[in-house]
Design a protein. Structure first.
Length: 306
């Protein structure tokens, strides 16, 4: 295990398998050298990935069971070259992650975090009513990446009376939302630009200064996907200079380090990467991690290969 995942599901695995908890080791390199020949499976997480170097160091590795839907920190190419199977945990976290996307939209438009601080710090009594928020009804949302999570956000947005557009590598069949072939075009058409795509070479800094300019001074950027999809420097610049109106961010380029410039801005709402962070979903993710490992070692099959 590279990093921690909910304990109950892992305990069940321990009845049959010996688990080495690498993040707890004082000297991980030494631990790897000691156990390298015995390791046939690895569990990785969003903050504890699997590099090509680690894959090389484990000669008997057969499967990497990743805790999370995004597996950008697992070197899948290096794994595949060795015939090592990689699995992830899609579907079980879709609804919760979409909920956080909408929570950020609401927080930015209706100033809910600001309002909470306003009440707690006694400003309500001193200054009177909180400055007015903005209505969601009749807004437009542009979703970057209409995959499982993007589609779940679209459904929620529709219920709020928001018109949905989307951008991606191709138009999707049977989807009731308007496809926009250019990202800048999508940003221009959107009050809310929702980042819900996967992170890979192609999506690195996809949201750059140009896209933010197209989003415009009334526009709001929401990111529940991966920090590196957004050029964070360009975003800070756009927020500081009124190029866009605000942002809601659950993910950052260098987690858990968040630039102090972002923390100083009052037109942003920040969350510590909690999209899938509920008791129920994290348990379901851990169960899927364990089920993939079990099925692989017992029947040479897996449930959710990448
Ligand atoms: C993390 C995530 O896996 O699924 C993803 O891609 O980013 C999250 O669900 C979670 O924070 C646990 O590491």
């Amino acid at each position: 295990m590279m990093g921690p995942i909910p304990a109950a599901q892992v305990e069940a695995l321990e009845e049959k398998y010996r688990i080495h908890r690498l993040w707890k080791s004082k000297d991980p390199e030494k631990t790897i050298k000691e156990v390298r020949d015995n390791i046939t499976g690895v569990i990785s997480t969003a903050w504890f990935g699997v590099s090509a170097k680690l894959i090389k160091a484990l000669p008997n590795l057969e499967i990497i069971s990743h805790f999370g839907v995004g597996y950008d920190n697992v070197d899948v190419q290096a794994a595949k070259k060795r015939g090592i199977i990689v699995t992830n945990t899609p579907d079980v976290l879709t609804d919760d992650t979409a909920d956080v996307g909408m929570a950020l939209v609401l927080a930015v438009f209706r100033r809910t975090v600001e309002g909470d601080i306003y009440v707690r710090t006694g400003q309500w009594g001193k200054k009177g009513a909180l400055p007015l928020g903005r209505s969601l009804r009749g807004r437009t949302m542009g979703i970057v990446g209409l995959g499982r999570i993007g589609a779940a956000i679209a459904k929620r947005a529709e219920a709020f009376g928001i018109e949905v557009f989307y951008y991606g590598p191709r138009r999707k069949k049977g989807v009731p939302y308007t496809y926009t072939a250019s990202l800048e075009g999508l940003a221009k058409a959107s009050d809310i630009l929702m980042v819900a795509c996967r992170y890979c070479e192609d999506t690195h800094h996809l949201i750059n200064a140009k896209v933010l300019k197209a989003l415009g001074k009334k526009g709001v950027l929401i990111n529940i996907a991966r920090g590196k999809i957004v050029d964070e420097k360009a975003l800070i610049d756009a927020l500081e200079n009124g190029v866009i109106s605000g942002a809601g961010l659950d993910v950052f380029e260098n987690e858990p380090d968040v630039p102090s410039a972002l923390c100083r801005l009052d037109n942003v709402v920040l969350q510590p990467h909690v999209g899938s962070g509920t008791i129920e979903t994290r348990a379901a993710m851990a169960q899927l991690v364990v089920d993939n490992l079990r099925l692989y070692f017992e029947k040479a099959q897996v449930l959710t290969p990448v």
